[in-house]
Ligand binder design. Structure first.
Ligand SMILES: *Cc1c(COP(=O)(O)O)cnc(C)c1O
Length: 403
């Protein structure tokens, strides 16, 4: 019999009653160290006092008015995002996929407004993940997400990950732009080399097409920069963000340069809930935390320390860990055992992590953690790897003694 909640998630049988900083607590009082952060969402940990204050203060004033009226929180947060990025303008959404939908529509409309409506294709890279709407599953191009949902929306030719030759060759008279994640998240923390990012920027400029970045997962300090494209010193024309933007409150945004946004005039796009006063209050407070001058250096410092510690773990458990990759506090452990085994073994040690493609386990801790939390996570990871390593010996012995 079907469950009252549509069974589209393969959920772990674990539930949490409350959270505090990087910890999540079950009703039974068990404490988990959360290095998944709701898939890179809870960048400021759980129950951050500044975010609680922002939400509860706004909750007593006004929740929703619709975009028929001015929303001061939107204007304030947009100014803040514009001030901190390449962007001149921002559209607010409720999720990452919706931020991508806006980005896709904007890229198409840019060319239509310039007299080239035939330019509607965005070239993407294999292993991409852009969300679960009809347009974003087409953009991601992953068969497992497209299967059974009818013809994929046209307009998203795909090239192999990191293949710039194929990327260049794919550009034609229908190309509107290139849509990529600077670091593929779901795809397995696959980092596009910074030099490639610079070359892709140049390719877009030469072809007169737009560079659209999906920074839904990499954004808001995750990589040690406010946005991952800053690592390569380039700027996109359009950028979708979400996950950490509201620190756990659902909110996303599509940022753009004035030129890229030229087609998005009144009436071309809208959302009932997008930029709702509650979301804006929390995201405003979250951005204030992210823009504190000590925040990003802290992420970079802890990211380096985590990488050092994980290098030692990889040395110690070569049968479990193949390699470690990523930037800042967006780290992937590529496994030699099924990644789901390591996620489960870590969970046994009360450490929460997240699986990803390419047999990777993602470490995406809240960005507010201290070094003591890294040490605690490493102890748990060592215990988890130790258990898996012992398991390999046990199964080898069992296999060897078979008649
Ligand atoms: C999570 C994610 C999305 C989709 O965001 P939703 O809020 O789930 O719609 C899109 N792109 C990337 C890179 C993501 O990590």
């Amino acid at each position: 019999m079907i469950t009252p909640v549509l069974p589209t998630y393969a959920r772990t049988d674990l539930e949490f009653e409350r959270g505090e900083g990087p910890y999540l607590m079950t009703a039974g009082g068990e404490r988990y160290l959360d290095f998944g952060a709701g898939i890179a969402v809870n960048a400021f940990g759980h129950a951050h006092p500044a975010l609680i204050a922002a939400l509860t203060d706004q909750a007593g004033k006004v929740w929703h008015t619709s975009n028929i009226y001015r929303i001061p929180g939107q204007e304030q947060l947009a100014r803040r995002l514009v001030g901190a990025t390449f962007a001149d303008t921002v559209f607010f959404t409720n999720s990452g996929a919706e931020a991508l939908e806006c980005a896709i529509k904007m890229a198409r409309k840019y060319h239509a407004a310039g007299g080239a409506p035939e330019r509607y294709e965005l070239i993407t890279m294999e292993g991409a993940f852009h969300g679960r709407t009809l347009a974003t599953i087409a953009a991601g191009g992953q068969r497992k997400y497209l299967e059974g949902f009818g013809p994929a929306m046209p307009g998203f030719p795909q090239v192999p990950f990191g293949d710039l030759k194929a990327l260049k060759a794919a550009i034609g008279p229908a190309t509107a732009g290139i849509l990529i994640e600077p670091i593929q998240g779901e795809g397995g923390i696959r980092v596009l080399p910074f030099e490639d990012m610079r070359r892709i920027r140049a390719i877009c400029d030469e072809a007169g097409i737009l560079l659209v970045l999906d920074e839904v997962q990499t954004g808001i300090g995750r990589t040690g920069k406010l946005f991952a494209h800053e690592l390569s010193g380039i700027a996109p024309d359009i950028m979708a963000i979400a996950k950490a933007l509201g620190g756990g409150f659902p909110v996303g945004a599509c940022l753009a340069s004035e030129v890229a946004a030229r087609g998005m005039t009144a009436g071309t796009h809208a959302s009932t809930f997008g930029g709702n006063p509650l979301a804006m209050a929390v995201a405003g407070a979250a951005m204030e935390l992210a823009l504190n001058e000590d925040f990003l250096p802290h992420v970079r410092m802890l990211g380096l320390k985590l990488r050092q510690k994980l290098a030692m773990l990889a040395d110690r458990f070569p049968r479990i860990v193949e390699t470690v990759r990523g930037e800042g506090l967006m780290i992937g452990i590529k496994c030699r055992v099924p990644n789901t085994d390591l996620v489960a073994a870590a969970r046994e040690q009360k450490l929460l992590t997240v699986g990803a493609g390419d047999n990777v386990v993602r470490l995406l801790p809240p960005l507010i953690i201290e070094e003591s939390h890294l040490d605690e996570a490493m102890e748990k990871l060592e215990a988890a790897c130790g258990a898996l390593d012992a398991g390999l010996d046990a199964s080898a012995t069992a296999a060897g003694t078979k008649p």
